[in-house]
Design a protein around this ligand. Structure first.
Ligand SMILES: NC(=O)c1ccc[n+]([C@@H]2O[C@H](COP(=O)([O-])OP(=O)(O)OC[C@H]3O[C@@H](n4cnc5c(N)ncnc54)[C@H](O)[C@@H]3O)[C@@H](O)[C@H]2O)c1
Length: 286
């Protein structure tokens, strides 16, 4: 395969960024776009786009509760899928996407682009300190948990995913939320403790992650050149070109595991308790 023929579903904030990134990648060709807002894209219905256009891959950039129908249809049609995070608003929908991708054997990457960072290896983290305190772009679904627009799914899940990549599986979580801010604690099975503090604060300090080990502290550079958004998409396109599902930065199974931790955090914040992270479901106060 030479050029990867791409369809873009959802031409909002992140869709516009991916479109700009695709324009910088020689081997990518944006063939068509779809969005429910009239006049924004080539097609109003992504189903018509999938029926009519010859595509190798789709980028799914709709709000979280609108991820699973196009992701499942695209995978069933044999197309590669770059799926924005979080995988879905509900675990059941995310698991259905994952099962369909596995059955179809297609390339699938989740948009947790921090996995594209050049992460240090061999660390034995004791504490991970993550924060995402910055201005948030206003979108109609952001702030509505039923649409997957909570601070935890939308923002904290980036840092949960990155902490999982560095410190292993999460065993249990707790947290609190107040006035649009959320503070989470993650206990990792191998022994590390992670914190994630997120919220929309226009004058906040931004995003960071410090990894504290017995022999020192590593500040992860979250904003290198080229940006992780670019590297993540580029690696996806290369995986499509080489038909190698393992070559993506964040495979679907990792995205689903991160969603499970994020949903356990939602439960912990709501209940005020500690929530154990199970396989396929979360159990309170184990
Ligand atoms: N990776 C990142 O850093 C990052 C950053 C921002 C957003 N995101 C994720 O990207 C996704 C989209 O976020 P956004 O900020 O671009 O939102 P947005 O609201 O700006 O854009 C979403 C677009 O999808 C369209 N849409 C809604 N339902 C649709 C449907 N059924 N079919 C086709 N189009 C539909 C909307 O009209 C809108 O244009 C979310 O999952 C979000 O979490 C990821």
């Amino acid at each position: 395969m030479t050029d990867v023929r791409v369809g873009l579903i959802g031409v909002g904030w992140i869709g516009a960024r991916h479109r700009a990134t695709l324009a910088q990648i020689e081997e990518a060709r944006l063939v068509a776009t779809a969005d429910v807002v009239p006049g924004l894209a080539d097609y109003l219905d992504w189903r018509t786009m999938l029926d009519r256009e010859l595509l190798d891959a789709v980028l799914i950039c709709t709000p979280p509760n609108h991820h699973h129908p196009p992701a499942i249809a695209a995978a069933e049609a044999g197309l590669a899928v770059y799926l924005e995070k979080p995988v879905a608003a509900r675990l059941e929908d995310a698991q259905m996407i994952s099962a369909t991708v596995a059955r179809a054997g297609v390339v699938c990457a989740v948009g947790y682009q921090y996995r594209a960072l050049d992460l240090p290896t061999g660390l034995r983290p004791r504490v991970l300190l993550g924060r995402g305190l910055s201005r948030a772009v206003a979108r109609p679904w952001f702030g509505d948990p039923t649409q997957g627009g909570s601070q935890i799914l939308e923002r904290a899940s980036h840092l949960i995913d990155l902490q999982r990549a560095l410190a292993g599986e999460v065993d249990r979580v707790s947290g609190m939320g107040q006035r649009g801010l959320v503070s989470l604690i993650l206990a990792f099975a191998p022994g590390a403790l992670g914190t994630v503090v997120v919220g929309s604060l226009p004058r906040g300090p931004g995003w960071s992650l410090d990894v504290i080990c017995d022999d020192g502290t590593v500040a992860i550079d979250l904003d290198p050149k080229p940006p992780p958004l670019y590297t993540s998409l580029r690696r996806f396109l290369e995986a499509v070109r080489t038909a190698d599902p393992s070559a993506v930065c964040c495979p679907i199974v990792e995205g689903v595991a991160t969603l499970e931790v994020a949903l356990a955090c939602e439960e912990a914040v709501q209940s005020g308790g500690t929530v154990a992270v199970g396989t396929g479901r979360s159990r309170r106060n184990r």
